[in-house]
Design a protein around this ligand. Structure first.
Ligand SMILES: *Cc1c(COP(=O)(O)O)cnc(C)c1O
Length: 386
């Protein structure tokens, strides 16, 4: 089976991890800060906090931004559940903004309309999570302007998007948001096995997130409520978690970062090839906004169902039967039973539902060969035939 995504592990990665295993620190050593500095420098962020997953990063990002019971978080329905769940962890209410049918990202016009209504009813959001689906950045300048006007905070869920650019600058530089989150799960662009990172230009937010990822404990005398009792002393000054990344993971991340530019270039090469090879098939290829240079975590096509005699499910099943590990990103979050019980109806976000009825993620990963890609396209042509 050709997988839809797969990690790329070199001997250099293996050596880096083994070296840490043989070193003094398996956790809380020098690798995590080194990895943080490397990523922050690469994308142009002031501060970076490595954690054990993007889900954890989203959680502490929401807490650092002050999200709590009675507050509201909005995001796109077409995302992984973690982009919404972080709001629920904090006791906030979650609501959604429908997608732009061209980019599949949260639609800025739909956001503007919903904000106008919400202002009248006094139910404005505290946080909007802008998800860069497939690696294509949301229209951040517009979202940022709305954030200033209506007074909400912005988190970029850039789990798909490390190495991508918005208006020619790296995603993660925080120009149009408060905090950006990356994921290093093995299917994503670079991996630390499990892992994530939260980036910000705000020193206070960075400090809050640093506390929250490690029990709310500080060893910094300046942050303590009274003078230190002695060299053993620490204080818990907030309720935090153990969301720390290990040294092994950070070493793997450092080694992977060396190949980030190469990874993005290869993904763009594969996407351009798909664009050519799929041109005559009854599928809609990914549309790219002019401001966007995608990280290209995913290559999603939409079936033109009105022109083919197969159902979405039949095409999907045929591809799997032919050894092509296609996937579907994502089942709209508001239709998940856990969210439906809060009162969301499938048709609340029609563009997201239309997308769900037609979308298929084709295989896209660093080590994919042209031959594998040709096989995917041939299998798709076969699957689409009546
Ligand atoms: C993968 C993913 C996450 C969660 O990442 P983890 O590192 O697995 O916690 C969150 N949001 C989106 C959009 C993702 O794709």
């Amino acid at each position: 089976m050709i997988p839809y995504g797969r990690q790329d592990i070199t001997q250099a990665d293996v050596d880096a991890v083994v070296a840490v295993l043989q070193s003094d620190f398996l956790t809380q050593g020098p690798m995590v800060p080194r990895f943080e500095q490397q990523v922050a420098q690469h994308v142009g962020a002031g501060h970076a906090l490595a954690v054990n997953s993007a889900t954890s990063a989203l959680h502490i990002a929401c807490l650092a931004l002050g999200l709590g019971p009675g507050d509201r978080l909005w995001t796109s329905p077409v995302t992984f559940v973690a982009s919404a769940n972080c709001g629920l962890y904090c006791g906030a209410q979650v609501d959604f903004v429908d997608i732009d049918p061209r980019t599949y990202n949260l639609c800025p016009q739909a956001l503007a309309n919903k904000l106008e209504q919400a202002e009248l009813r006094g139910v404005l959001p505290n946080i909007v999570v802008a998800v860069h689906l497939c690696g294509q950045p949301c229209e951040m300048q517009v979202i940022h302007a709305l954030a200033k006007r209506y007074g909400f905070k912005v988190i970029e869920d850039a789990s798909h998007a490390i190495g991508g650019k918005y208006q020619g600058e790296f995603i993660g530089n925080g120009k149009y948001s408060d905090i950006t989150v990356f994921s290093f799960h093995p299917v994503k662009i670079i991996t630390t096995a499990e892992g994530g990172m939260a980036l910000t230009n705000d020193a206070e937010l960075a400090n809050k997130m640093a506390l929250l990822r490690s029990h709310g404990i500080t060893r910094d005398p300046q942050q303590m409520t009274n003078e230190s009792d002695g060299p053993w002393y620490y204080q818990q000054i907030d309720l935090g978690f153990n969301y720390r990344m290990t040294e092994l993971q950070a070493a793997l991340g450092i080694s992977q970062m060396e190949r980030l530019d190469q990874y993005i270039a290869r993904r763009h090469h594969l996407a351009a090839r798909y664009n050519d090879l799929l041109a005559s098939l009854p599928v809609t290829r990914p549309w790219q906004h002019v401001d966007s240079y995608s990280g290209l975590h995913l290559y999603v096509i939409r079936l033109q169902l009105q022109t083919i005699n197969k159902t979405h499910r039949q095409v999907f099943e045929s591809l799997r039967e032919q050894g092509v590990g296609v996937n579907l990103h994502y089942i709209p979050v508001h239709t998940q039973p856990f969210y439906a019980q809060m009162g969301f109806k499938p048709d609340d976000f029609p563009a997201s539902q239309d997308y769900y009825r037609e979308a298929i993620s084709l295989p896209m990963f660093q080590g994919m060969t042209n031959e594998q890609q040709d096989k995917v396209v041939a299998a798709l042509a076969q699957a689409l035939q009546a």
